[in-house]
Each structure stands twice: as structure tokens, then as C-alpha cells.
Design a protein around this ligand. Structure first.
Ligand SMILES: [Mn+2]
Length: 441
């Protein structure tokens, strides 16, 4: 392994981004990029803005996530410039100018108006990266969201710098505090709504700060993969909870799922067996060079679990081959995680933007890349009792190979998903999530 750099993690991060920028611009005629943090969007006929979600290209360079109408100017071998928007306003509190150690790497210029940026740059030499295409056209930027440059940067985003890995580790710790509190609230008899609020309080996140909408699903709600409500009522017979909830640190996401059974029994046994399979699969990651193969290995394990638990008599190989396993596990094994929960570039084969699509029978798989050092991805096998898919299975020629009385007994539990975030280092998986549970618990 290469010796650890003596630079601090953020300095090293900026150096890496500068090198990537230089390489990405090498084939272009651009001298640099002007990257917008983004603008606020207002609801139709209303003066309320939707929650602001920062442009990840902006957040990649600076830990600034809540300041619309700011910009960064990045050029190879130049000190980067942050145009920090601080309007004169007594209706809303303007953001404070950042003071952190990281700002020593920046030329920070406070602006009151976006036009001040236009006056300080030469747009004819720059590529604009951001959502506001009209603004970039008005400024006459040389290129707007230049595709080949973005492909290059998106591909490399998969390789996390030390600064990013530490941010992801920290967000895992925060999320785990929430998960432990959510678990307690479930066993104390709380509703989905109460569990979500307990989670937010324990992570000190407001709802719009979580990297994705928390899934707090009791009973059959757990069979809806992205269940989006929070019931105020506790079900009369509350038997299970699936919680898929994350946290953010400097813009870097944790994406963690746990499933709980209130009492022992068939479902609790399935949860425990799934947990063992999930960890065994993570331990085997070094045996796989490509994530797609890991996904297929997971499909076999889930199918094996169906056999071991008496849910199916069909061999795991046949379940995968005939596609019946899809009816219990209809999503991918995982995805890249970073500035975005489903981080960019998961299907990208190279810096040129060539895509590697998932196998035809596994269209929901979001990661088909080779597994390499410094990548961070999730491992999230699941097993669900989704009435819609089970009806299709029951109507199929394979129906006889499945134990319908047991399936019907398990439908009220919804489903299971167990999700950890993995950092690859020296060819070995580091489980950021389990490390965080071990530290915080
Ligand atoms: Mn996930």
C-alpha cells in the first residue's frame, strides 16, 4: 500500500479533485468550470420553497449544502474561488460566511447578487455545471454541463478520498444512533410516526436533511420497497418493523436498513438467517471482481434461504434460472453511496461514459462495475412477501414448488432488508455500518 499522505484529508481531497479536473478538461477547450450550488424552487402559486438540495458537483468541493445561488470557480493549478451568496435580507437569515479550516484552501468572495459572479469571470472560457441552463446561456458560458467532462468526473466519483471515507464513516455513526433509538421506540410500542420522530431527534437531523426519505414500515408496509408514509396509528397486532434510514455528514450519506421481529418465530428466524447470509456475503466480496456477480451470488443465497426455511422446494439454481426468486427479491443487491445516496456512475464502465447495463433478468441492479479499492457501496439483500408478486408466482407453472400456507402466514410481516455500507480498502471490505454499531452500541 502507498504510504499515507502527510496532507490533512481535506487538503488531499482538494488536490485529488484538482488532478481529476485537469484530466477531465484535458480533451476539452475549457479553462475551468463554474459550478452552481443551485437555486430555490417555489411551489405553484405559493411563496414557499421546496427543500433545497445542493448540486453534488458543488458539494464535492466544499462542505456547503444550504446556500443557494453560490458558485465555485475551479481551474487546473489555480486557487479555487468560492462565491458565497450572502444577500442583504431581513425576511430570511442569510448564511454565515464559512470559517472552517477548509476555507484556507479557497479564495472566498462574498456576493450579494449572482450578477457579481458574472462580472468576475470570463464565461467564454468556462463550462457551466448546474441546473440553471438559462442563466448559463445568458452568461454565454462556453459549454453547459459538458457531457464528456461530466462522464469523466462521475466515473471517478466512485473512488472516495480519505476525506470522503471519513465523512461517510461519521454519517454511519450518526445514522446508527438514530437506528438504536428507532428500535427502542418500536419495542416500546411507538407508531411509524413516533419512530421517525425519534430517529430524527437522535440523529439531530430535520426531515429535509436526511439523505433520503426514511422508510419506517411496520407489518405489511415493509413489503412496499419505498414505503413513504408514517402512520400515526400503531397496528393492533404490530409484529415487525423495517427501517431504512440514513444520515448526512458534510453531504455524504449513510444508507442503513434493519428489520425487527417483535417476537420469536418463523419471521424472526428468517431475519436472523438473512443477517447471517448478508454478513457471509460481505466476507466473500474479495472472491468477486464484479458487483453483478455478487448480486447473482446474493440471489442464490436468498433462494437457499427459501429452501432452508421451508418456503420452497426448488433448488436455488432453478429458482434463479426460472426467475421465481425475483418474486421474493425484486431489487438489486446495492449501489454506490456518496454525495448522493444512489451515487452516480454505478453503471459506468469507463470515463467516456460507456454503460454496462445489468443482466436482463435483473433490471433494478444499480451497480455493475468492477469492485475496486476506495469504492463505497451498499450490500442490502432482501426477502419480501409482496402480494402482487406472490399472486403472479401462484398463478405460474412453478406454484407447486412453494409453501403457500407458510407464505400466507408471513405476509403480515411484510419483508426483510438488511443493509450495510462497505468501503473497499486493500481488496478487503470494511463494514462502515457494523463498525459504527460496534462503537455506538
Ligand atoms: Mn440503499
Amino acid at each position: 500500500m502507498a504510504p499515507e499522505s502527510t496532507l490533512d484529508p481535506y487538503a488531499e481531497h482538494i488536490k485529488t479533485l484538482q488532478e481529476r479536473l485537469e484530466a477531465a478538461l484535458a480533451e476539452s477547450t475549457l479553462e475551468g468550470l463554474i459550478i452552481a450550488s443551485g437555486g430555490e424552487h417555489r411551489a405553484f402559486l405559493d411563496d414557499r420553497a421546496y427543500p433545497f438540495i445542493v448540486n453534488p458537483h458543488f458539494n464535492h468541493w466544499v462542505p456547503v449544502r444550504h446556500v443557494p445561488d453560490s458558485f465555485i470557480l475551479v481551474r487546473p493549478s489555480c486557487v479555487p474561488v468560492l462565491y458565497f451568496h450572502q444577500p442583504q435580507d431581513y425576511w430570511y437569515m442569510p448564511a454565515s460566511v464559512p470559517q472552517g479550516e477548509w476555507t484556507s484552501h479557497w479564495d472566498v468572495r462574498v456576493i450579494q447578487n449572482v450578477t457579481e459572479v458574472r462580472d468576475q469571470i470570463d464565461p467564454s472560457t468556462l463550462g457551466f455545471v448546474g441546473e440553471d441552463v438559462a442563466l448559463a446561456e445568458k452568461w454565454k458560458c462556453r459549454q453547459i454541463n459538458p457531457e464528456s467532462v461530466l462522464h469523466h468526473l462521475h466515473f471517478l466519483r466512485a473512488y472516495k478520498t480519505r476525506y470522503e471515507a471519513e465523512a461517510l464513516q461519521q454519517s454511519a455513526r450518526t445514522a446508527v444512533r438514530g437506528h438504536l433509538r428507532a428500535k427502542e421506540t418500536f419495542f416500546e410500542g411507538g407508531s411509524e410516526f413516533a419512530i421517525q420522530n425519534a430517529y430524527l431527534a437522535a440523529t439531530a437531523h430535520r426531515e429535509q436533511e436526511t439523505p433520503y426519505t426514511s422508510i419506517v414500515a411496520m407489518n405489511e408496509h415493509a413489503s412496499v420497497l419505498h414505503y413513504q408514509h408514517y402512520d400515526h396509528e400503531v397496528p393492533i397486532d404490530s409484529v415487525s418493523m423495517l427501517i431504512d434510514a440514513g444520515a448526512t455528514n458534510a453531504g455524504y450519506a449513510a444508507d442503513i436498513t434493519r428489520t425487527y421481529a417483535r417476537t420469536s418465530g418463523s419471521f424472526a428466524d428468517l431475519v436472523n438467517a438473512m443477517d447471517e447470509h448478508q454478513q457471509a456475503l460481505i466476507n466473500r466480496i474479495p472472491d468477486f471482481s464484479n458487483y453483478t456477480d455478487l448480486h447473482l451470488a446474493m440471489q442464490l443465497r436468498v433462494s437457499q434461504l427459501l429452501v432452508d426455511s421451508g418456503l420452497s422446494t426448488m433448488s436455488p439454481e432453478s429458482q434463479v434460472e426460472t426467475g421465481t426468486s425475483f418474486h421474493f427479491m425484486p431489487h438489486g443487491l446495492g449501489h454506490l453511496v456518496g454525495l448522493q445516496t444512489h451515487d452516480v456512475g454505478g453503471l459506468q464502465l469507463d470515463i467516456g461514459g460507456t454503460l454496462k447495463q445489468p443482466p436482463e433478468q435483473h433490471p433494478a441492479l444499480r451497480l455493475t462495475r468492477n469492485i475496486e479499492d476506495d469504492m463505497v457501496f451498499t450490500i442490502e439483500p432482501g426477502l419480501y412477501f409482496i402480494p402482487m408478486l406472490l399472486q403472479q408466482l401462484q398463478a405460474s407453472e412453478h406454484s407447486n414448488a412453494f409453501n403457500w400456507p407458510l407464505i400466507n402466514e408471513l405476509i403480515p410481516y411484510g419483508g426483510i432488508r438488511i443493509e450495510d455500507n462497505i468501503l473497499m480498502k486493500g481488496g478487503q471490505p470494511q463494514n462502515l455500518t457494523r463498525q459504527a454499531f460496534a462503537e455506538v452500541d
